[in-house]
Design a protein around this ligand. Structure first.
Ligand code: C2O
Ligand code: CU
Ligand code: CU
Length: 522
């Protein structure tokens, strides 16, 4: 063990030397360039060269020493370091989160308890877990646009928590950020109107410095918003039948099959070798021969998930984080960074009953095998007009009024050189006014890493990535997006509601380490 650590340190040192030698010229040039003209072609080319040479270097070094596999140690997390997931054997039918019923006779009033429990994740073993109204994970909340929703929040944990509605457009006070703490045993009630369009959102805790551990232990649930449009569109929409949520999470289980966050924790984002979907270990999903809609949520602390079919067949993406795309986008694979969502539709109508078909990741690891019944389902033609999302000329021409620089790694992560301070307001913005934010991920000597950037209380539009239009499947409402090292992303954002809203990296350990700021909307 000692020897391994020494080797890793040596290896890291080598990488630093090699990388800084190879990037010092380009690196400096591109930083300067960034200040002069971000969108110049020259800049773009340099970045590409830079990236390529870095990647080459990574590959060379990692093939020399096979010491990166599984040994995350406390090292800086480059994607080469991330431990591989174990294939799903498909022995357990996927758990479908129950739909939360409203409190008796009260239409849109709900009660949510954060609680501790024990869950049989492995056969015959009880694992200590957290959950909402359940021992592990939580229910699905179904809201309709226009609803006034009342939620009673109860903290039954032995520690502080908050209830955050990720992607929901609500006033800062209802949003469950670090300011809305509930102490053990405490209750409170929030009430808000659902003003946004149909989307798949989620909820999770957000207490300062403890978000990662609480999510890791199991606190996460789903929110579905439906509206007139989503009801009119002819899409697979039978919950649990042909409209299935998939919450992707990875965990480490210790010898006693317990989640031991402290032992597993990595400052750069905790990853594990064990893949859970909706909390199910070794899941499979049984589907009829029909089109099936999958609502994907990357609910992991830090792992980026790339999802595709083992057959390499295409599927269509129909929705982003915050609503439908205008038209279905054909994809062969999709990458979601932590907290991102996407809805996709896979056509199983022509698949043979005994054909081996599964969702796999970029390494070919089986995440979710499908079992195809011999039932033929409804024939549904995915509509080619689903929404009227657009980026206006005016929005494209707005000047950048907020600049965000993401930097650092491990516990040295910052936004604009600063760590989170709950007493400090970093930005102000006027309610209902659209501004352009520019988010830049400044590389470090190790090359840097992807930071998934998220803003509370609003759905926004991605205007550009490194000066170019975003890919087709990002031309819809977003609340989280990836920012690669040395990448600049511009967004147009408007807050419908007042209050203090967080913005942060959604690698939960980075968030807890202070990679977070606050914008006050007035
Ligand atoms: Cu998923 Cu600050 O949130
Ligand atoms: Cu959020
Ligand atoms: Cu980060």
């Amino acid at each position: 063990m000692r020897k391994k650590n020494l080797l890793i340190s040596l290896f890291s040192l080598m990488m630093v030397i090699v990388l800084s030698a190879c990037t010092s010229n380009d690196g400096e040039a591109s930083v300067e360039d960034t200040n002069n003209g971000k969108d110049s072609n020259e800049q773009m080319n340099m970045n590409e060269d830079n990236e390529n040479s870095m990647e080459e270097n990574m590959n060379n070094s990692s093939s020399e020493g096979e010491m990166n596999n599984g040994s995350m140690g406390n090292g800086h997390m480059d994607h080469d370091d991330v431990v591989s997931l174990i294939d799903s054997t498909g022995e357990n039918e996927l758990n479908i989160p129950p739909v939360l019923k409203s409190d008796s006779n009260k239409g849109t009033e709900y009660t949510i308890r954060a609680q501790k429990g024990e869950t049989e994740i492995f056969d015959g073993v009880q694992t200590k877990t957290y959950g909402y109204n359940d021992s592990f994970l939580g229910p699905m909340l179904q809201f309709e646009k226009g609803d006034t929703v009342k939620i009673n929040l109860i903290n039954e944990l032995n520690e502080n928590t908050t209830f955050h509605w990720h992607g929901l457009e609500v006033p800062g006070n209802d949003d469950g950020g670090p300011h809305n703490v509930l102490e053990p045993g405490e209750e409170s009630t929030i009430e808000f109107e659902v003003t946004q369009e149909a989307a798949t959102l989620w909820f999770h805790p957000h207490p300062e410095g403890k978000t990662s551990e609480q999510v890791y232990n199991g606190l996460a649930g789903l929110i579905y918003i439906e509206d007139q449009n989503s009801k009119n569109l002819e899409l697979p929409s039978e919950y649990g039948e042909n409209d299935i949520p998939l919450i992707f999470q990875d965990r480490v289980f210790d010898d006693e099959k317990q989640l031991n966050y402290k032992a597993a924790a990595n400052e750069d984002g905790t990853v594990g070798d064990t893949s859970l979907i909706n909390g199910t270990l070794n899941p499979k999903l049984t589907v009829d021969k029909e089109k099936v809609r999958l609502r994907l949520l990357n609910g992991s602390n830090a792992r980026n998930y790339t999802v595709k079919l083992n057959t390499e067949d295409a599927f269509v993406q129909i929705a982003t984080d915050g609503g439908f795309l205008n038209e279905p986008v054909s994809m062969q694979e999709i990458t979601l960074t932590p907290s991102e969502r996407a809805e996709i539709v896979i056509d199983f109508s022509q698949v043979k009953t005994n054909e081996e078909i599964a969702l796999v990741n970029e390494e070919g690891t089986t995440l979710l095998p499908f079992e195809i019944t011999d039932q033929t389902g409804k024939t549904i033609d995915i509509p080619d007009e689903m929404n009227d999302f657009s980026v206006t000329e005016e929005e494209k021409n707005l000047p950048v009024t907020k600049e965000i620089e993401l930097f650092g790694m491990m516990d040295q992560v910052t936004i604009n050189g600063k760590k989170f301070d709950s007493e400090r307001i970093d930005f102000t913005q006027e309610q209902g006014v659209t501004e352009v934010w520019e988010i830049y991920n400044k590389p470090d000597m190790m090359g840097g890493m992807i930071h998934p950037f998220h803003i509370h209380g609003a759905q926004f539009k991605i205007l550009s990535r490194n000066g170019e239009a975003p890919p087709e499947n990002e031309r819809g409402w977003k609340d989280s997006f990836s920012v690669a090292p040395d990448e600049t992303v511009k967004i147009a954002i408007q807050f419908k509601n007042k209050g203090i809203h967080m913005f942060h990296c959604h690698i939960l350990e980075h968030e807890d380490n202070g990679m977070m700021g606050q914008v006050k909307v007035e």
